[in-house]
Structures are given as C-alpha cells and as structure tokens.
Ligand binder design. Structure first.
Ligand SMILES: Cc1cc2nc3c(=O)[nH]c(=O)nc-3n(C[C@H](O)[C@H](O)[C@H](O)COP(=O)(O)OP(=O)(O)OC[C@H]3O[C@@H](n4cnc5c(N)ncnc54)[C@H](O)[C@@H]3O)c2cc1C
Length: 354
C-alpha cells in the first residue's frame, strides 16, 4: 500500500522533502500556513551538492534556464575582503561558476506537481494522525521541533540582525567588508543585478524605514558600500533577527522528522541554509525509500545529516563572530592581509597577463 506523508511547511525544505518522497512513490500532502508561495525574495547561492540534490529531485536544467536562475562565469566571481575605509585585505580569485536562484523561482520549481494546502495551520488539521510520516519543515521557529523535543529547543537568538536585498545594478567589485560588530556583503545576483546583505551585532531588530539605519551604520564606509547603498529601494529591504537551532540529539522522534531550518537553523554567514534544506529533503526521500521500515529510514537520514549540519551551524556562527570581532580585529586583519600577499605571490598568473 502507498505510504502517506504530511509535510508541515512549504518552504525550500518542505518542498524538497515532498518531491523526494513523491519520486519514491509516497503520497504526500504539504500544509502551509501562508496563503501562497512568496512572489519576491533575494537570490540564494547554490553550492554544488545542492545542485546535485536538485538534479535528484527532478528540478531539471530546463527549469534552471527560466527567469530567476542565474549562472555567473568563474572569471567574474573574484571577491575581496575590505576594511570599512576600503583597504583590501584579501582578494580571492574567481574559481568556480556561481549558480544563483531567487527564492520564488526555486520554490516554484520545487512546487511543481506537489499537492499544497495553503492557509492551513498544522494544529488545526486532522491529517496528521493518519500519516505514516510527519515532516516538520516549519522553519527556524518550528513548533514541530518544540512539540517533539520540548520548549528548551526553541530557536536561540544570536545577538545579531541582518538586512538584505537585491539592487538592479551591476557593481565593479564583489566582496565583504568587516568591522567590529558589523559587516556588509556584496555578491552577484545576475548580469545586471547585485545582492547585498548587512549584519550588525544587536540584541533587537529595528523598526522601518530601514535605509536610515543602513546609512547610519554603513554610510561612512568605503565607496563600494556607499555606491551600493545609493541603489537600494526601501521597499525591497528584508530585515530579520538571526537565530540558530540548539543542538538536537536526534532529528526525529517516532514517525516525526525535522528538515531544513526546523532541524538546523543557522546564521547566514556561510550562505548554506537553503542548500542544506534541499539536501535534507533529497536525502530523506532516499533513506526512507531504501530502508525496510520508516523508522529505519529516519535513523539512516539522521545518521547522514545530523552531525554534518550541526557542524555547519557552528561554523556559520563562528564565521560571523570572526568577521565582526571587536578585540583582535587588528591582528586578524594583519593575518588576512598577509595571507592575501602570500596568495598573490604563489598564485600563477594566467597566460598573457602581466
Ligand atoms: C539574511 C539571510 C541570508 C540567507 N542567505 C542564504 C543563501 O545565500 N544561501 C542559502 O543557501 N541560504 C541562505 N539563507 C538561509 C535560507 O533562507 C534558509 O535556510 C531556508 O530558507 C530554510 O528553508 P526551510 O524550508 O527550512 O524554512 P522556511 O523557508 O522558513 O520555510 C518554513 C515554512 O513553513 C511554514 N510554516 C511555519 N509554521 C507552520 C505551521 N505551524 N503550519 C504550516 N506551515 C508553517 C512557513 O510559513 C514557511 O513557509 C539565508 C538566511 C538569512 C536569514
């Protein structure tokens, strides 16, 4: 008999799990509290393992050539690390083609042929009790996580906030600027568009309008940041506090399993959250399909994903702390600059370059 799964949340994690389970013959329904999939959102960088998982989920090359997906050639992906005054500490030469996708385009591709019930709060739905598998894909503030593991596993604030968005303009250089308690990043989003993000150590989020806050904290930084700030449209700014999931001893209990941010919300400083949510979904489908029972499949999923994603939660937090160091910023910058000089000396010059 066909097995049935209920998935709570139609985000990247939930829809990836839905596709994976469907491809392995499961009957799947996704319950989403919002009235529809979001129509706007910034670009997400896709790491190679996430692209490979998208291939396994049947999100094929054809949909990856539609609007909202962008490939940036390796030659154009070099990035710099600056101080707020504009001193370059490090230049990382372009090494790999970058694959970017807007959140709405990714969600639309993952949602194809998936049965989603919108405006449904999971607790009001009677569909859960009959399911063979319940997937908690309800994001950072997952109620599923708290229901199965308790309130002490509520998301933990990281004492920092982020603003992010995309501007319809190209910039001469990409990179990140680090200062005590703050950072500003500029990354490609497409041939004529640019992603930006800013983070500030702060115990509370800010009320809008947001451009004045951005000008206040970053408006005296170097020309690259000022130029970017001048292009930002207030209505496109997203603002959040940053949180992470406490370390879980297991990603499942009984027939309920967690994927994506519900399992391992992380600081955004490595740009990995969405990628790991896709990989979770693809891995869950495969593990459950290959195992002799749902429980054995969930144990295999837990083994494949728990420690790996928890290491990323830690690394993302440490990356943010390192970038926004107060004490020790000067020696850190000296080390980064020295590493940059050594890299310049030992990196072979491309043929034909002086
Ligand atoms: C500033 C910032 C920048 C980022 N940049 C990147 C990047 O460049 N690359 C990258 O890979 N990742 C990035 N991420 C991380 C990425 O956005 C998340 O990891 C990813 O969206 C997680 O997907 P998810 O499906 O697990 O959760 P979500 O996207 O949060 O989806 C959860 C869904 O569940 C629904 N839901 C919640 N509760 C219920 C309920 N009770 N009943 C029904 N539905 C419910 C919600 O409405 C939502 O649709 C960034 C994050 C931040 C904060």
């Amino acid at each position: 008999m066909k097995q049935a799964a209920v998935i709570i949340g139609a985000g990247i994690g939930g829809l990836s799990a839905a596709r994976a389970l469907k491809r392995h013959g499961w009957s799947v329904v996704v319950l989403e509290q919002s009235p529809g999939l979001p129509a706007s959102g910034t670009m997400l960088g896709m790491w190679p393992a996430a692209l490979e998982a998208l291939g396994r989920l049947g999100v094929m090359e054809a949909s990856r050539r539609t609007d909202g997906w962008a490939h940036i050639a390796a030659a154009n992906t070099s990035t710099r690390l600056w101080t707020p005054s504009g001193r370059t500490l490090l230049t990382v030469p372009g090494g790999a083609e970058l694959h970017l996708v807007s959140r709405p385009a990714l969600l639309a591709a993952l949602a194809q042929d998936v049965d989603i019930t919108f405006s449904t709060h999971v607790l009001e739905s009677g569909q859960i009790s009959d399911a063979d598998l319940v997937v908690g894909a309800d994001g950072t503030f997952s109620r599923t996580r708290q229901e199965i593991f308790g309130a002490r596993f509520a998301a933990r604030p990281l004492g920092a906030v982020a603003w992010r968005g995309t501007v319809q303009a190209s910039v001469p250089e990409y990179g990140e600027t680090w200062a005590p308690g703050a950072l500003f990043g500029i990354t490609p989003a497409g041939p004529q568009s640019t992603n930006w993000y800013a983070s500030l150590r702060s115990g509370q989020t800010f009320a809008g309008p947001h451009l004045p806050h951005l000008q206040r904290y970053f408006g005296s930084w170097h020309q690259g940041v000022r130029h970017l700030l001048d292009q930002i449209d207030e209505d496109t700014i997203l603002h959040h506090g940053l949180f992470e999931t406490p370390k879980l001893a297991s990603l499942f209990r009984g027939r309920t399993v967690l994927v994506g941010d519900a399992a391992h919300a992380m600081a955004p400083f490595l740009g990995r959250g969405a990628c790991e949510a896709i990989i979770d979904g693809a891995t869950l489908g495969q593990c459950v399909a290959l195992a002799p029972s749902v429980e054995a499949g969930l144990a295999a999923y837990n083994k494949a994903r728990r420690k790996r994603t928890q290491r990323l939660v830690l690394s993302s937090r440490l990356m943010g702390q390192f970038a926004m160091l107060d004490t020790g910023a000067a020696p850190r910058n000296a080390v980064m600059a020295a590493a940059g000089s050594i890299a310049r000396i030992i990196t072979p010059k491309p043929p034909g370059r002086p």
